[in-house]
Design a protein. Structure first.
Length: 131
């Protein structure tokens, strides 16, 4: 597992799946805040943060997750977590952040539940103006 910070995203239906990897710590928290802000304000109804590749998370990383959640909420986007490593899961429970942020075992579970509860909010495809 790499400790270099990275954030990458892909779209799956009405969800934006954001893969977060590396150490979410004091040194890298500004990077994660900046990149997560870019992703959660793109207008997707749902953002699923896949944390399976997070090697380490301290209070600064936890703060970055909460900051991204608040930013998403203010943009009208529902942000949830998926594939949370066991140590981070314990940290979420100890700090009761898991009562604020929804946590799913897999990105597929998150996407399925979000779509079943809220419906498929994928924006309609506009017809090609040249046809």
């Amino acid at each position: 597992m790499t400790t270099e910070p990275s954030v990458s995203a892909s779209t799956s239906g009405s969800c934006l799946i954001v893969q977060v990897s590396g150490n979410m710590d004091y040194a890298d928290a500004p990077f994660f805040r900046h990149r997560l802000a870019q992703e959660v304000t793109q207008g997707h109804p749902f953002v699923v943060l896949d944390l399976s590749a997070v090697a380490f998370c301290d209070s600064s990383g936890l703060n970055a997750l909460l900051w991204a959640w608040r930013r998403a909420e203010s943009a009208g986007t529902l942000l949830v977590l998926a594939c949370v490593p066991p140590k981070l899961q314990r940290m979420l429970a100890m700090t009761q952040v898991d009562t604020v942020l929804q946590v799913y075992g897999t990105t597929a579970q998150a996407e399925a539940e979000l779509t079943s509860i809220h419906g498929d909010l994928t924006p309609p495809t506009l017809p090609d103006a040249h046809t």
